[in-house]
Ligand binder design. Sequence first.
Ligand code: ADP
Length: 432
Amino acid sequence: MFDSYSGYRMYSRLAAYLLLCVVIGLLVGKPLWILILGLGGLLLWHYRQLARLNFWLWRDRKLTPPQGSGSWEGVFNGIYRLQGKNRRRLGQLAALLGRFRQGAEALPDAAIVLDSELNILWCNKLAQLMLGLVWPQDNGQRIDNLLRHPDFSLYIKAGKFKEPLELPSPVSDRRLIEIRIMGYGDRQMLLIARDITRIRQLEGMRKEFVANVSHELKTPLTVLQGYLEMMQSMAEPGSMNAKPLSLMQQQTQRMQSMVEQLLMLSRIEDASDINLEETVNMTLMMEVLKEEAMALAQDRYELTFSCEAGLDTHGNELQLRSACSNLISNAIRYTEPGGKITVKWQRVATGARFSVTDTGEGIAPQHINRLTERFYRVDSARSRQTGGTGLGLAIVKHALNHHHSELNISSDLGKGSTFSFVIPLHLLEQSK
Ligand code: ADP
C-alpha cells in the first residue's frame, strides 16, 4: 500500500507528464507553450484536489474521504487512516476514564480532585452528598470557599496535611467527617472525606461503658476489701484460712488499683479541653514525687532527683503529676533492688524536659512502640508480680497529649531505660 504512495512513484509520474507535454509540444512545434499549458493544467488540478480535501475536512459530514486520484489519493487515505487511529485511541481513553470514574464512584468515601490552587477539578457523588457540593456548578471553585469552617481554613492555611482533620459535616451538624488531603502527580491534590460519626459514637460508648463499669465496681470492691481485712484480723494465726484470705486480699487490691487506673484513664481521656492556664509549681511537684518515690523504693535503690529552680509550666497539675509518678513507679518496679534511678526536670532548647532513667531490665526494641497501648505488657507475669495493671503508660500518653507533648522511650535491653517528655516552650511559665 505504501509503495503506491512513495515519493519515487510521484516523481516518475511528474517526469512522465512533463515528458508527454514536451513531446506533444515538439509535435505541434510549440514545446514551451505546451509545457506552460501543461504546468498550468497541473496546478489547476492540484488546487481542485486541495479544494476537495478542504471541503471534506471542514464541511463534509462523511467519515470516508472523497476518492482521490494520483498523488492525492495517498494524502486522502493517509488522513483517513490517522483519523481512524485517533478515534480508536480516544475511544480507549474514554473507556479508561469511564472505568476510573466508576471506580471512584464506588469508593466508600467522598473524593475530590483539586489543582495546586485548591480549585475543584472533579468530585464523586458521595462528595456531593456528604459535603454539599453541586456538580458541575462547583467545578473550578476553591474548596475553602465551599467548605466554610474555621478549622478547615486554618488546616488549609497551615498546609500540614500529615494528620487528618475532624469537622462537623456541612450538611448535618449531627454528623462528623474526617478529612485527609494527599498530594499526587503534577501538584494535584486528592481530598478524601469519610463519615466517622459511627466510629466516634462507638468510641464514646466504649469510654462510657468502661467508666461506668469501673465506677460500679468500686463500691463492691471496697466492701469486699473491708470484710477481708476484718476476717484476716479475726483469723487464728496459722489457721487453714490464713493463706486463702491473704491471697483474696491481694487479688482484691489488684482489682481495686485496676479500677482506679481505669477511672483515671477515662477521666483524663474525657478532659480533652483542659485549662492550660493553671500554673504548675514544678519544684513543689518534684518534692512530692521524691517523697512518693522514697516511700516506694524503701532505701533499696539509689535515687537522684534534680530540678531546675523556677522552671514552672502551665498545665493540669493532676495530670502532669499522674504522668510523672507513673514513670517513676515503673522505673522502680522494673529495676532490681540496688539499681540507680535518676529523675530530672531541666530546660532544653525546645522547652523543659522531664526524664526518668533507670538501670533496670530494659525493653526489647519490638515492644517500645506498643507500650502505651492499654493493657500491653512485655511480660504479663512480671507486671502482675510488681502490681502492674498495664494502664500506666496509656495514662501517661493521654496526659501528655493534653500538654502538646509525647512520651519518648529509649532503652537498652538488660542495661536500663529512659522515659522522657518535653513540655513545649509556649507552655512554660517564663515564656509568657
Ligand atoms: P504496668 O502497669 O504493667 O507497669 P505500664 O503501662 O505502666 O503497665 O507499662 C507497660 C509495660 O511497659 C510494662 O508492663 C513493662 O513491661 C514495660 N515498662 C514500663 N516501664 C518500664 C521500665 N522502666 N523498664 C522496663 N520496662 C518497663
